[in-house]
Design a protein. Structure first.
Length: 486
């Protein structure tokens, strides 16, 4: 491996607005929005792996014709990431365009964003939009309506798949039926209601969060379908940080983690045999089918009301997910399966059918993009930027690297605080609270499945040093607290 000249092109064009200045998207795209402002529909799933789509081909039995239609008729962002791979922090980031250390939402079900945090729904209302939220909020543990929405239908925390208790505009009631279908019924009713204003619907599903329960019509549909072994399933973690081996052996949650202090940690983990009859993954894919049907119903409602082609539809997930990759489930880590998310955009005035966009796009970019296309300036506090220029084929000055953060959660201290930088080719991860452990460095060009940690390779030292400098630059640029405590 060569030194610093082997492809690390970081650049120094800012991607986040300096304090006191407008976000770059506002000036960069001023005057280029369509004459007629689009409607917006922001569809989000929970814990959907980037390749849990029929079009990806990873799961040959999985059929998602409506999601595939979004990609076929719109643009697919092939390098879309979250800045914190955890549900509540990611949701706060999607709405605010800000990092977790800015919103204060750093764990699940703890709080809503801090007062004064910019919120896209409030900015859109000021710009003359009608707004609605239907689905899973999953921040502060209450189902009550939040500011900035003209219509509200949600539930407490994770909710339940079957016969959920819902809250419509402050009225709690017991619903009967399957969660994805009930939310889609509400979304379809709302979309078919005549209105004079442009609108923005945030339609955030409970699915496919575990424990997954498919709709009755889909239960058992994929039972027995073989699931291919992930290429990095046989990771023995021999060159990974010791805390990850300890986590795998003893568990990440508070009691077992605390009790494992000082106990032996193996130098590597035994590699099990892959069982292609992955019942959990089969059930996960069955649960996704109702979401795909939901997307089809949304598209049909827009078609039948004459609004389809002037509606900007964004589909994504709140974070990625391990489906046996590295012999893991869950997310949180800064490995690719955890931080990558599907991102599909259908909007004919901008998104060329079948377009593949490879630039690094983040969940801090969604809110500024909506505001840009709505003709409204993004608040200076928003740290993302509009990706509308990418849809127009304008890539100059776009980010070449991004900053990732994760904060230790009290109930699962085996997932330790982490920060890192990912470029177009490399990834560097630090664990600031660990002593006598190692960090991680990967060359994603030669090792896209992250099986070879280069942190101890002398030949990789120049890259590591440059990435450490870039990490510090991004921490400073994003206002990451010096003590690492949000």
């Amino acid at each position: 491996m060569a030194g610093a000249g082997i492809g690390l092109t970081l650049g120094r064009a800012p991607w986040a607005a300096p304090a006191g200045q407008d976000a770059p998207a506002a000036a960069e795209t001023a005057g280029t929005s369509p004459v007629r402002r689009p409607n917006f529909i922001f569809i989000m799933t929970d814990d959907q792996a980037v390749d849990a789509l029929g079009a990806s081909g990873r799961y040959p039995f999985l059929k998602t014709p409506n999601l595939d239609r979004l990609g076929r008729e719109g643009a697919t962002f092939t390098n879309a990431f979250v800045t914190n791979s955890l549900c509540s922090p990611s949701r706060a980031t999607c709405l605010s365009g800000c990092y977790s250390h800015v919103t204060g939402v750093v764990s699940n079900e703890g709080s809503d964003p801090r007062p004064g945090t910019p919120m896209v729904q409030e900015e859109l209302r000021r710009a003359g939009y009608e707004t609605a939220f239907i689905g899973k909020w999953h921040m502060k543990l209450t189902d009550q309506p939040r500011p900035g929405f003209d219509y509200w239908l949600s539930f407490l925390g994770q909710g339940t798949y079957e016969n959920p208790r819902l809250n419509e505009n402050g009225r709690q009631f017991q619903a009967r039926g399957y969660m994805t279908d009930l939310l889609t019924d509400a979304a379809e009713r709302w979309l078919r209601t005549p209105r004079e204003k442009p609108f923005c619907l945030f339609f955030w599903h409970k699915a496919v969060h575990g424990i997954e329960i498919p709709a009755p019509r889909h239960k058992g549909l994929y039972a027995g379908r073989p699931v291919k072994e992930p290429p990095n399933f046989a990771d023995d973690y021999h060159d990974k940080p010791a805390y990850l081996r300890r986590q795998k052996v003893y568990g990440p949650h508070k009691k077992p983690w605390t009790e494992s202090e000082g106990k032996p940690i193996p130098d590597k983990l035994p590699v099990g045999k892959w069982n292609p009859n992955q019942k959990g993954t089969q059930r996960y894919m069955e649960t996704l089918l109702a979401v795909d049907e939901s997307v089809g119903r949304v598209l049909k409602a827009l078609e039948e009301t004459g609004r389809l082609d002037d509606t900007f539809i964004l589909f994504t997930s709140d974070n990625g997910y391990f489906l046996g990759d590295h012999a893991r489930g869950d997310k949180r880590l800064m490995w690719e399966e955890s931080i990558r998310v599907p991102l599909l955009v259908r909007y004919p005035p901008l998104a060329r059918p079948g377009a593949k966009i490879p630039e690094i796009v983040l969940n801090i970019d969604y809110a500024p993009t909506f505001l840009d296309l709505a003709g409204a300036a993004a608040p200076a506090a928003m740290q993302g930027r509009s990706f509308a220029p990418l849809l127009r084929g304008r890539t100059e000055g776009w980010r070449k690297s991004y900053f990732y953060e994760y904060f230790l959660e009290d109930y699962a201290p085996g997932f330790v605080t982490a920060v890192g930088v990912r470029t177009e080719r490399y990834k560097y991860i630090e664990y600031p609270d660990l002593k006598n452990d190692i960090n991680e460095l990967y060359d994603l060009q030669t090792d896209p499945i992250e099986m070879h940690n280069l942190i101890g390779d002398p030949a990789a030292r120049p890259i590591r040093d440059e990435l450490k400098i870039e990490l510090e630059r991004l921490k400073k640029e994003t206002g990451y607290p010096a003590d690492g405590k949000a």
